[in-house]
Design a protein around this ligand. Structure first.
Ligand code: AMP
Length: 285
């Protein structure tokens, strides 16, 4: 352990500490999480600590971004383990508020994402991104970071946050961090902890199917590639694909053919039993 980790659930404490650092000219990096930490989160923490004088990590399972009550209830929570893990990294402050601290009154704000929230995750999880924007903007207000770190694992979330930050002219730089994967390619996720051993084996078909598709870019039409990938996924009866889309990485709109210029991203959501996993991959030509 490098130094004593400060942990607080109070906005007042957070403000006091951060202001004292900012008065000394320190830059603040912020890593928002819902806890149950893994190497994906840690990669964000490490990047923040390389680029800022102090790093603040929040652990808060935000109720307003869950569109299914059950999903919120079963979401893995391991605060003791999380704090132990963070103790081994150059983190200065861990903010662990409860819902009343973040939302003293119900948050009624509705954000306009210009349609980015009506596709893929937004379409399948109504209200999800509005809840994400509520909590992230609230955290930005409390923590006033110079830089905030988000994983490309949640690719659409990143686009939403970038748009919100621009629209509200918030003085924070959004930093995108690459996806960290397990050895078999499955993207690290807190939700992986909810998988049975058998389901965990099946889950490796998600990155595998995207890698297979990637090898065939240009050989099949976009539509054929999507259909073939879904057929391959469903060869395992445990998997149920919610969507598999190949989109322009900026607009997130589906591409019609491979002549598309710019960055291309393949995005997927799959259900395995009660667990819903998302992933994405760079499909740029
Ligand atoms: P979460 O706790 O799932 O809300 O994630 C907190 C942050 O960690 C988000 O910015 C995620 O995109 C990021 N993250 C989650 N999993 C990964 C991963 N496998 N690789 C990189 N970043 C990740």
């Amino acid at each position: 352990m490098t130094k004593k980790l400060r942990i607080t659930a109070s906005i007042l404490d957070v403000r006091g500490l951060i202001m004292s650092h900012q008065e000394e000219g320190c830059s603040v990096g912020f890593v928002p999480t819902m806890g149950s930490l893994h190497d994906g989160h840690i990669s964000l923490v490490e990047k923040s600590s390389q680029e800022n004088h102090i790093t603040v990590v929040s652990i808060f399972v935000n109720p307003t971004q869950f569109n299914e009550k059950r999903d919120f209830e079963v979401y893995p929570r391991n605060i003791d383990d999380d704090l132990k893990i963070l103790g081994d990294y150059p983190v200065d402050l861990v903010f662990t508020p409860d819902a009343r601290e973040i939302y003293p009154k119900p948050d009624k704000r509705i954000f306009d994402f210009g349609g980015l929230d009506r596709i893929m995750e937004g379409k399948h999880r109504p209200g999800h991104f509005n809840g994400v924007a509520q909590v992230v903007s609230r955290f930005f207000e409390i923590i006033t970071p110079d830089r905030a770190y988000f994983g490309e694992k949640d690719f659409q979330q990143m686009a939403i946050i970038q748009k919100m930050t621009m629209d509200l002219q918030l003085p924070v730089k959004i930093i995108a961090c690459p996806i960290i994967r397990d050895e078999d390619g499955l993207a690290k996720s807190s939700r992986n902890k909810l998988l049975s051993a058998e389901e965990r084996k099946s889950a490796s078909r998600i990155p595998e199917s995207m890698n297979r598709a990637k090898e065939q870019i240009g050989q099949l039409s976009v539509q054929q590639l999507i259909e073939q990938t879904i057929v391959y996924l469903h060869e395992d009866p445990q998997l149920e694909t919610e969507y598999f889309e190949i989109v322009d990485a900026k607009s997130l709109k589906p591409i019609a053919d491979w002549s598309a210029r710019g960055q291309i991203r393949a995005c997927i959501a799959v259900r395995i039993g009660n667990v819903r996993l998302i992933d994405n991959m760079d499909f740029s030509l």
